[in-house]
Design a protein around this ligand. Structure first.
Ligand code: HSE
Length: 297
């Protein structure tokens, strides 16, 4: 039995919701082909892309996620995994999460759908731990559930899928690499209460805006006073991209996950296209190679 899945890119944090909010993009996506191997518990991984990623299962994000899944099976089965990684590692749009999530979703289909989505997120988080050292779920959960997800708690997992608002995302990926582990290490470990109050006001406002379909409220709430001021130093041109995007009509946005990608939300596709053009112009003028994506969230 063989199955092929498309595991999409995701945007974690949604500006103010560090580690607790994320949404799914249409593209780019990893293409993963899994085959069930009976009578063995081997996991054989092959990459058919140009990325030099480990194929030893315990060191590979898909492999680590599948090992976690295997541990909860009574009868051992193995998997052959072929990964065409089309989401560039280190780009900030959930590359590692996509491979981990794609692997367990595909394996679950091959096993007749015995695990629920929350359990699949739990397995895939073991892959995320291999990649970044931390079991965060804000890329994995939207990759598996689609749309926007709130991760209210991680231990134990409490995932709240939110209805995706009718908004369009523009994403620019400047071709520099930011490692999530590095981008986490530089963060402040203590915050002032006045900043925390602003942050949770914004998270609550963003979730309320999504539930009510209130774009003005979403726009006001896309503000991050804790993480962005520290992390933006890792991303050349960040302030200019943001300024030009807002001038082009974006509702707001910020760093995608731990960067270096930057995302913006817009009310319609025409504005999102104009925003992507404005983002690309900044990097063109700086001589930095980049890619842009535009799509519904
Ligand atoms: N929430 C994580 C972080 C996402 O910002 O470190 C990483 O993609």
């Amino acid at each position: 039995k063989t199955i092929r899945v498309h595991a999409p890119a995701t945007v974690a944090n949604m500006v103010c919701g560090f580690d607790v909010l994320g949404f799914c993009l249409d593209e780019p996506y990893d293409v993963m082909t899994l085959t069930l191997l009976e009578g063995t518990s081997d996991i054989r991984i092959r990459h058919v892309d140009d990325h030099d990623l480990p194929t030893e299962p315990s060191l590979n994000v898909a492999g680590a996620a599948l090992i976690a899944l295997q541990e909860e099976l009574e009868t051992p089965v193995g998997f052959e995994v072929v990964i065409d990684k089309r989401i560039k590692p280190g780009s900030g749009v959930g590359s590692s999460a996509a491979s981990a999530a794609g692997a367990v979703v595909a394996a679950n289909h091959l096993l007749g759908g015995r695990f629920d989505p929350t359990t699949l997120v739990r397995f895939a988080m073991c892959g995320e731990k291999v990649a970044s050292g931390v079991k965060h779920a804000d890329n994995i959960a939207p990759c598996i559930y689609g749309g926007v997800t709130l991760i209210r708690a991680v231990f134990p997992l409490d995932i709240v899928p939110l209805p995706a608002p009718s908004l369009f995302a523009s994403v620019v990926h400047p071709q520099i690499e930011v490692r999530t582990s590095d981008a986490r290490q530089i963060l402040m470990q203590k915050v002032f209460l006045k900043d925390a109050i602003k942050q949770w006001g914004n998270i609550a406002g963003l979730v309320a805006g999504i539930l009510k379909g209130d774009k003005a409220l979403i726009s006001r709430s896309l503000e991050d006073v804790l993480i962005e001021p520290v992390r933006k130093i890792l991303i050349p041109g960040f302030d200019l991209v943001k300024e030009r995007s807002l001038a082009a009509g974006a509702l707001g946005g910020g760093i995608s996950g731990s960067g270096p990608s930057i995302f913006m939300l817009s009310a319609d596709r025409a504005t999102a296209d104009a925003v992507a053009g404005a983002m690309a112009d900044v990097y063109r003028s700086m001589g930095i190679d980049h890619h842009t994506y535009v799509g519904p969230i």
